[in-house]
Design a protein around this ligand. Sequence first.
Ligand code: F6P
Length: 319
Amino acid sequence: QKTIGILTSGGDAPGMNAAARAVVRAALKKGMRVIGIQRGYNGLIHGEMVEMNMRSVSDIIHRGGTMLYTARCVEFREWEGVLKAKKTCEETGIDGIVVIGGDGSFRGAADLSKAGVPCVGLPGTIDNDIACTEYTIGYDTAMNTAMEMVDKIRDTSQSHDRCSVVEVMGRRAGYIALNTGIACGATCILVPELEMKMEDVIAKIKEAQSLGKQNFIVLVAEGVGGSNEIAKQIEEATGIESRATVLGHVQRGGNPTVRDRVEASRMGYYAVELLEKGIGNRVVGLQKGEVVDFDIQEALSMKKEFPMDLYKIANEISF
Ligand code: F6P
């Protein structure tokens, strides 16, 4: 009997539970044994594991967070840690692992595959910053949460004729900022992929102001940061009263949207099909809406293009 393990690693993302459910159920249905590994690679090194059955993943499809817990494991970055994890796999009979996480987690999955335990990665991060896939689990929920929050901020911004600077998550990526910015009619969107000068932000606000606009939203990605300072500079240069809000971890929680649940289920099922065939060292992703898979090293070396066309649209319709 084949035995597979499943773990979530790195920052959590809404929809990870839906992915875990799909993996557990698909594998059990195929007659495999499934072990839930807790707190990412830590659980594999220190033997924190639970046997999963059909009921272990009941009532989680709609919940944010991850019932398997998650962690960033420093020990696993060393080869010694990888070998300890391999030993756990030998002792428990685990002959394949599904790893749900981001790029860092995939590096671990590649190492463990190299050590002889086939691993398949599923993209789980709110940032959508994984190059081999156009979509990551958690991204849609995070954007919808951010949109709802900005809508609320907009109400009070409108009442007071203010400029609201809102910082959303995305340490290295501006996808949440860009899409939330479009969805909320932001006057300016600042992302780490593109350099934008404060004088350009101020000029855009002034231009919109000259066209009669009285309240403004400026979306800032975490990777750009400094939202308080940005608000201060806007106020000084334009005379428009400005406030900054950092949305933070609210974006990492909450019930996953339809899209996150469905894509998590599709990709989770696909990962099990790979492991069933004994195929490891792969990352699953979505390309043009289809589920596909890549060699992990190849996936990690890919670069994601920032959607300039979308950025242009955002800029031209926000006055
Ligand atoms: O990768 C997801 C993410 O939410 C980033 O946008 C953010 O920079 C980071 O995680 C925050 O990580 P932590 O929860 O460890 O502070």
